[in-house]
Design a protein around this ligand. Sequence first.
Ligand code: DOR
Ligand code: ZN
Ligand code: ZN
Ligand code: ZN
Length: 390
Amino acid sequence: EIVEAGGQVLLPGFVDLHTHLREPGREDTETIETGSAAAALGGYTAVFAMANTDPVADNAVIVDHVWRRGQEVGLVDVHPVGAVTVGLKGEKLAELGTMAKSQAQVKVFSDDGLCVADPLLMRRALEYSTALDVVIAQHAEEPRLTVGAQAHEGERAARLGYTGWPAAAEESIVARDCLLARHANARLHVCHVSTSGTADVLAWAKDRGTKVSAEVTPHHLLLTDERLATYDPVNKVNPPLRTESDAEKLRTALAEGVIDCVATDHAPHAVQDKDTEWSAARPGMLGLQTALSIVAETMVRTGLLDWRGVARVMSERPAEIGNLADQGRPIAVGEPANLTLVDPDAEWTVRGAELASIAANTPYEGMRLPGVVTATLLRGRLTARDGKVC
Ligand code: DOR
Ligand code: ZN
Ligand code: ZN
Ligand code: ZN
């Protein structure tokens, strides 16, 4: 099939280092099939599926299931992220080697929630990761500083009576882990950076040669805790939406390479888990189908990145960080192509109900956004075209 591409931008297929699919465990909110459709429509050719499923992806049986199911669906490569620790408690290291050598060939290990808080466990994980040539992606927060936290700690949360979540909870763990990674001569990846102080810590660590990379979510680039005033739990997310000055600093840090890439933290939730009072609502928001548009809005329209830069933060850097040899590269002659075609001038209106995910918890409901993905190709085959899955 011939794709008409006049006036459009051709990019290497996007790679998402941080996607929550809910299989196994919460297939009422997202499956590998529906999440793959959302990914293809969003311009992705590879996603990393986070380990906080039910049961947790802490063994070869589960990671192999996720990988094989993704290949069966065939819309996007679904690379399972292995859990660093057994279960969600974070007390004991999982068998990283078994997962790395399984059929899924796990390349990234992480945890969600109150995990790898123990410094000795983190040190062991980092040492182990070097031997295996895998990367530890840390969901940085100091749990002893975030007990019961519901929103960014600051004036706005205080006014609304929400328990605050201090920036220092994130920054202290990122600083600690950068020091530990340097000590272990290991590679560390920092998930969803949300504060301006974390960007400072990363710049310092990179300056002294630490092998650290970092991601920022589209929602932390665009949205702020101003959204708290709506009382709408669609805006509840971990880490929380921060201040305008944090968002501004994250955008510059991404443009300058202090933050390496964009990752969605796509987190589907059921209506009953979101459409409830703020304190009871689950944290997280959809991201796969809106990521490119939010990057176009916050980074391209503002002149912070050109489309070459978009290729870097959406595809090349995440492919390098996730050790994917077949993604994020310019294509050589005769090589099957992973490509995304974007109409930079077209706009669309976000409707949660129309997104491919089973869940509909988008914070961009009704917003008109620039940048439309018109085609996605996985190994030379169309997976999405003009808003429809192929
Ligand atoms: O808001 C979030 N939701 N942040 C995370 O890191 C986890 C995610 C989820 O699994 O829902
Ligand atoms: Zn864990
Ligand atoms: Zn997280
Ligand atoms: Zn996450």
